[in-house]
Design a protein around this ligand. Sequence first.
Ligand code: NDP
Length: 248
Amino acid sequence: MSELKVQSVLVTGSNRGIGFEFVQQFLRSQCPPEKIFATCRDPGSPQSQVTVIATLFFTAFLPPVDTTDPASVSTSVKEVEKHLNGQQLDLLINNAGVLTHNNLESQNAEDMLRVYNINVVGPMLVTQAFYPLLKRAEGTGRSAVVHISALLGSLEDVPHLFSFFPVISYRCSKAALNMLSRCQAEGYKQDGIISIAIHPGWVKTDMGGDQAPLTKEDSVSSMMKIISTLNEKQSGTFVDWEGKILPW
Ligand code: NDP
């Protein structure tokens, strides 16, 4: 089975954290993709490091994408299509996400819906909108959707860390994201689109905090290895940053 050839990639939430690291590592890779769509909510913001990168490299484009806003998502599809010049999109990384610290008592409906909207509805809308660009014509290889999920979304793993990280809305949303990924793997099989959910590890970012054991660099470089060798057999699985199969 051949490796996934990534000539074009789109990353959501690429202005900081794991998303930004993906963009940097793609740019620094031995054979960088021809087109890197480093999307984020506000590319014009002075805090957005990815804006600096995009102005330095020809290959990085910055369509603004709020993953929960259908209008912004569909505008970005048109923009990306123009840059692709008739080529397909090889890889979509649904990375954007949020975590709020709520336990069974403090969890409220408003937060539950907000987190679900960003962590599940967002990836659903983005994948749906980019599907025509991801879809392969027969004999033209394959493409992939990578969902950045979380071990905290594993049903089987709940007893392990529940007392430390109840994070109800986050756990429920990532469990739902895993189901979305599994459904897409099944539904898009005929189109040559692989769908996989990856837990990046506990990573030092704004979300992961300073106590996290993994650096962004190590987490993302491991995930890059998984991505570069993705094949149909892995579609519909849930793995960690090292490629170990995780329980649903
Ligand atoms: P950060 O908090 O550092 O970054 C989150 C990113 O998501 C930001 O770029 C943020 O943009 C973006 N984002 C949030 N909402 C939206 C939206 N509606 N539209 C577009 N972008 C949005 O988190 P990480 O980098 O740590 O997390 C990245 C992914 O990895 C998430 O899905 C997270 O759940 C997952 N993960 C992280 C772990 C960790 O330990 N760090 C562990 C397990 C999973 P903005 O700057 O505009 O807010």
